[in-house]
Design a protein. Sequence first.
Lengths: 327, 445
Amino acid sequence: MPEKTMVEAIRDAMDEELERDENVFIVGEDVGQRGGVFRATVGLFDKYGADRVIDSPLAELSIVGVGIGAALYGMKPICEIQFADFIYPAFNQIISEAAKMTYRSNGTWTVPMVIRAPYGGGIGGGLYHSQSVEAFFAHIPGLKVVIPSSPYDAKGLLKSAVRDPNPVIYLEPKKGYRLIKGEVPDEDYVVPIGPARVSRSGEDLTIFAYGMMHYYALQAAEQLEQEGYSAEVVDLRTIYPVDQKTILDSVKKTGKALIVHEDNLTGGYGGEIAAIIAEHGFHDLDAPVRRLAGPDVPAVPFSHPMQEWFMVNPEKIFKSALELARY
Amino acid sequence: MPEKVIMPQLGESVVEGTLIKWLVKEGDRVEEFDSLMEVESAKVNTEIPSPATGTLLKILVEEGNTVKAGTILGWIGDPEEKIPTGDGNYVEEVYSETTQPIQTQSEVVASKQDIGRNRDLGFISPVVARLARENNIDLSLIQGTGNNNRITKKDVLQFIEKSGGSEVDSETPAWETPGEGDLFRPTELQFPDRFKSTQPAVGKIEEKVSPTKVQTPVSSGDQIIPLTKMRKAIADHMVMSKHTSPHVTTVMEADMKLVSNHLKINKELFSRQGIRLTYSSYFVAATALALRAYPLVNSSWTENGILVKNAINIGLATSLEEEGLIVPVIKNADGYSISGLARVIGDLVNRARSHQLKPDDVTDGTFSITNHGTAGSLFATPVINQPQAGILGVGAIKKRVVVINDAIAIRPMVYLSFTFDHRILDGSTADNFLAKIVSVLENWQ
């Protein structure tokens, strides 16, 4: 199987879906002639033409609005928001229109749309090119929120998202675009939206993570092993709707949970996982549930040392997990 | 209640301190926050305030001694108060806060398995509390290895593993309540129509053997209980069985330590899935494996030869209180995991109790198990459920002293009696079969 980067796997998924279904099209800023600022759509403009890989104005509201309209007419839009930080002008379209359409039309209208958005920091992007936005969308019934952390899942989940009849927010850990590599089959396959994956089996504690933090969690687990502790790692993959069973099964096994995300702590997605464990797994707990997250500051700072202070990294995960393992 | 005076932790990495001077004499009164003693550590030399208002009842550590942080140095309280005993002078305190009164012994015992901060045991996590409750474990017997010597889940599991379970489960498993005398209530009694054609042998033998011919003189004051249909049928079946098969019984004992551990650890997990796990599942599982290993035991005597059955269908004698017994059958018992068996047994027992068994549930048994042990019976010589070739009797599981590798150990032991039809089986096959059951139980994983 060929080894590919995350961004290559994402490009392959879109290429194959454009090929498979003529209703699929891409719309976003610089996705056409430029091939996307992260090169996620490179070559697709030449292959499929300006009608199916559409360069949009710098107006996210219209990117998503166009997507919703086209989806209502049976098209399968893939909207690219260049950075997740820019998604807020489209927030109303996503929350009030896309998410509610099927419900308010009693199932007669659906919005089979994907919104792709690179998110996360650690790339010197500063305040407006580093944000994590998953918690806003994981609160909204009517949306599905997917975050891959490996090239294999990136391709399989994006193909599932394109084929899903509901609007799917597909968040891409941009620091991992070229950093994370893995084997990706050339043939058509899908990874279902919903199930989490136990990416490493362990006995002493479980680390729950997604996206870039999952990649780091695996590295921290390696370090823990050298200290004599075996950490289980769960890649959530889909954070809404989340796979409660896999979470609770793992807690039942290890009795200790560390939840990691890059987004800041308060009101962050980790609180939901902690609540699930507290409500349904309390009697399996051998230690208080822990969250490791970004600090509650307004944004990821631009200054490099300050950025490193903000970012959760393998070392921070290792330290927190070690304390929990020794608890 | 008296308040402990402990050696404080003076600085983050400091583990001990030296008591330089008591500033209050034993028997003198001291106000809370007034200086009580001088202490020296690697980092600082300081006066320590009193944790409470009262009389310095007792000084446990004299001046000049160096002790670990957390050591009890003395007691403060009302003059007539007694100092708690049994709490060693050098017990390490898990938490450094000293403002709460020490609990009396009885309170400690009462709250031992509560969730939360327990002063004597450290933090008890929910899973530790649950495991202690389920296994009836006294947590004070366990040495904690966690943070501040907290007892961890692993500590409890290891304790269960080592101790071989503190005691045998005292709950009476559903089907294991003792019957009212009869080992079997014949299935043909339950569903007479079903048996009219399929088992003519019963009738034939009945004719040959008319069981009640002996005249018994009736004296005054004696009473005759009229024979009910059921009583008569049971009597006929038992006599028929005894006249049909030459019964021989062999007895072995099994060490139930591993099974008992497995049951303890999994019982609660299973119950949260709605499955009631009892010893029955283990006996059925072990018997099914042994029947697979010795297929001749899973057979019937016929005129044409010994009919070895392919399916392993195990009947479990289940008490219906005063109504008698019924023997629901676990079909293909060798095809289930332990949780699957527990689920099937639970279902059959529930339906037996509520009289909702279907004819299929009580027929086609190829072997039977009866548990006479819950009333305390150690071993018995049960009567074969015709036309089967044998029956396993399970005695009471009791802790007994046994010799293992020339050392004396206390283990939960059970006697297993196997009554077999000597027309079909000889002693050696029967013993091998029974030994296989013992081996499965003793090596349970």
